[in-house]
Design a protein around this ligand. Structure first.
Ligand SMILES: [Zn+2]
Length: 282
């Protein structure tokens, strides 16, 4: 079997698609299907660390695994005192308390650093269970601080003006509506869940409303918002293919349009938004 170390190893770079066969060899069917539903960026992007865990589920804790009929001990392997829930790992376990306490006496509590502490607590939990590695609360804090420091540094770098495509996108360029002027092409996009099927579509019209291209296709996406963003991306690609320059994008998803003009995007949609921003400026 092919050596898989990074997410990158699961991606067919030439076609920008998931290596579905490899995914199915490595993961359980349910997990492979979930990965395949994650849309990939059209262009290679550097990896980003995102905390996707939620208090009400998500992570494969002992309790969550038992709920999914996996035969494991649901009790916390660290303290043995309580059931291993997300709240227990990140808040209630003595180890989590010691970690958070260590952080607050060392410096004033930095709320922004909290996801990194949570992430490192989760990694420490996995290292204990899978490798038997015991780390101290101090080590967890140190790793979170290093990671947070790297994140802050990257943020500072990205704020220095470079004149690149990402900086040349201004919000007034796309989030406004005015009657189309002569020569403008209208791009209307939409996505829908219907009878268990997911599809996206777009219509390109001339400024007088004459349809130029109409496309609807089945697609993989995990939320309507993700689908709406995919529809915009597909429409923009078609506009570029047809060399249409002056364009007005209309989506019925205000949320999608807002995402394109703000910095914070959910991790499952971020690659698509990043592509859209790139396509708008080209
Ligand atoms: Zn515990």
């Amino acid at each position: 079997m092919q050596h898989v170390c990074l997410v990158h190893d699961l991606i067919d770079e030439a076609n920008r698609t998931w290596k579905s066969e490899l995914l199915r060899q490595i993961f359980h069917a349910e997990d492979a299907t979930a990965v395949l539903a994650i849309p990939l960026s059209l262009f290679p992007m550097s990896d980003q660390l995102r905390w996707g865990g939620t208090r009400n589920g998500g992570l494969a804790t002992g309790v969550n695994l038992v709920k999914r009929n996996v035969q494991v001990d649901p009790i916390c392997a660290r303290c043995g005192k309580d059931r291993e829930t997300v709240d227990h790992i990140l808040l209630d376990c003595d180890f989590a308390r010691a970690t958070c306490w260590g952080r607050s006496i060392k410096r004033s509590l930095k709320v922004l650093q909290l996801p990194y502490t949570n992430w490192q607590l989760w990694i420490a939990r996995n290292e204990l269970i899978f490798n038997g590695t015991v780390s101290s609360p101090m080590e967890v804090n140190r790793k979170a601080e290093v990671q947070f420091g790297a994140f802050e540094q990257a943020q500072r770098k990205s704020k220095t003006p470079s004149g690149g495509p990402a900086n040349s996108l201004s919000s007034n360029r796309i989030v406004s509506w005015a009657p189309p002027t002569m020569g403008t092409t209208l791009l209307n996009t939409d996505a829908a869940f219907k009878d268990g099927k997911r599809g996206l579509g777009y219509v390109l019209r001339s400024y007088i409303g004459l349809p130029l291209t109409t496309t609807s296709e089945l697609a993989h996406f995990s939320s309507v918002l993700q689908g709406e963003c995919l529809a915009i991306r597909s429409g923009l690609l078609q506009c570029i293919a047809e060399c249409l320059e002056c364009l007005m994008v209309e989506s019925d998803s205000l949320e999608a349009i807002k995402l394109i003009t703000t910095k914070e995007t959910p991790p499952d949609i971020q690659p698509i938004i990043s592509n859209i921003k790139f396509l708008i400026t080209h």
